[in-house]
Design a protein around this ligand. Structure first.
Ligand SMILES: NC(=O)c1ccc[n+]([C@@H]2O[C@H](COP(=O)([O-])OP(=O)(O)OC[C@H]3O[C@@H](n4cnc5c(N)ncnc54)[C@H](OP(=O)(O)O)[C@@H]3O)[C@@H](O)[C@H]2O)c1
Length: 247
């Protein structure tokens, strides 16, 4: 079948693309890097032609609720409207565990994005996953202060983006299922330790300082609001296993 992947050049999106192709599916990638801006309805409709399912793995790098809400309203709103008129039969969304317990900052936009899928015209599935193992590198690259690496404190139970991608491809190839079981990795970790390990993986001596970032979203993550519940599906390697497999 033909699967479209919005954000198909991103951290998880490119793995969705790889695994969908490996599974014998035809894939259409939607990202600005390949000339498709999700806010441009005409180009999104062209990219969706013939697709039976679309996976939304797009994102915006922000901690602002206003920026996140504005992005997902425009990008996912346009994607869903274009999918409906292109006759796409299934829209699959990747969301994040705990966003309704902690609806602040970036999560405000994710909550709106979930609502757009639930209330839209295209039959849908929503998978919430915990932070990726790759999240350590994503946060590290945004939290450098001169020669110093800041490492925000948070409780997380990370999962490899590859395992999330596998689940998204399986969902896209099946019938719409609504909200499915959350997906998490096997072990709770401290985000500051993950960042320290990530930064020092290549023997870098950059000093790493653990910090408590102010604001409700990061406070909520320190309090454990991003952790999965007992019904979550557990998949893949621990952070340390994942990191050693990359070496
Ligand atoms: N990172 C995590 O730990 C994590 C955990 C659970 C769930 N999630 C969710 O998973 C999704 C993907 O996250 P990620 O970390 O993989 O994101 P990412 O690496 O930041 O990638 C974002 C993708 O969105 C595309 N994009 C951004 N603006 C666009 C636009 N206007 N038009 C078309 N494409 C656009 C980017 O491509 P271009 O720049 O080329 O446009 C890129 O392919 C997000 O919804 C996130 O909330 C993330």
């Amino acid at each position: 079948m033909k699967i479209a992947v919005a954000g198909g050049t991103g951290t998880v999106g490119r793995l969705v693309v790889e695994q969908a192709r490996a599974g014998g599916h035809e894939v259409a990638v939607l990202s600005r890097a390949v000339g498709v801006d999700l806010r441009d309805r005409a180009s999104v409709e062209r990219a969706l032609a013939g697709a039976e399912a679309v996976v939304d793995a797009s994102s915006v790098g922000t901690t602002s609720a206003a920026t996140s809400t504005e992005f997902f309203r425009a990008a996912s709103g346009t994607l869903l409207a274009a999918a409906a008129s292109a006759g796409v039969g299934h829209a699959v969304l990747l969301s994040i565990v705990g966003i309704d317990r902690n609806p602040n900052g970036y999560y405000a936009g994710k909550l709106l994005q979930e609502r757009l899928f639930q209330e839209g015209a295209v039959p849908w599935s929503i998978l919430r996953a915990t932070q990726f193992h790759e999240f350590a590198g994503q946060v590290a690259s945004q939290a450098r202060l001169g020669p110093v690496q800041l490492a925000p404190r948070a409780r997380v139970q990370p999962v490899a983006a590859a395992d999330v991608a596998r689940r998204l491809v399986d969902l896209a190839a099946a019938n719409p299922q609504g909200r499915v079981a959350d997906l998490a990795g096997p072990r709770e970790e401290r985000l500051d330790r993950m960042i320290r390990t990530w930064v020092h993986r290549d023997d870098s001596r950059r000093p790493v300082i653990a910090v408590s970032i102010p604001g409700p979203q990061m406070r909520g993550m320190r309090e454990g609001l991003a952790l999965p519940g007992p019904d979550a599906t557990i998949a893949g390697p621990t952070f340390d296993e994942w990191l050693s497999a990359r070496r």
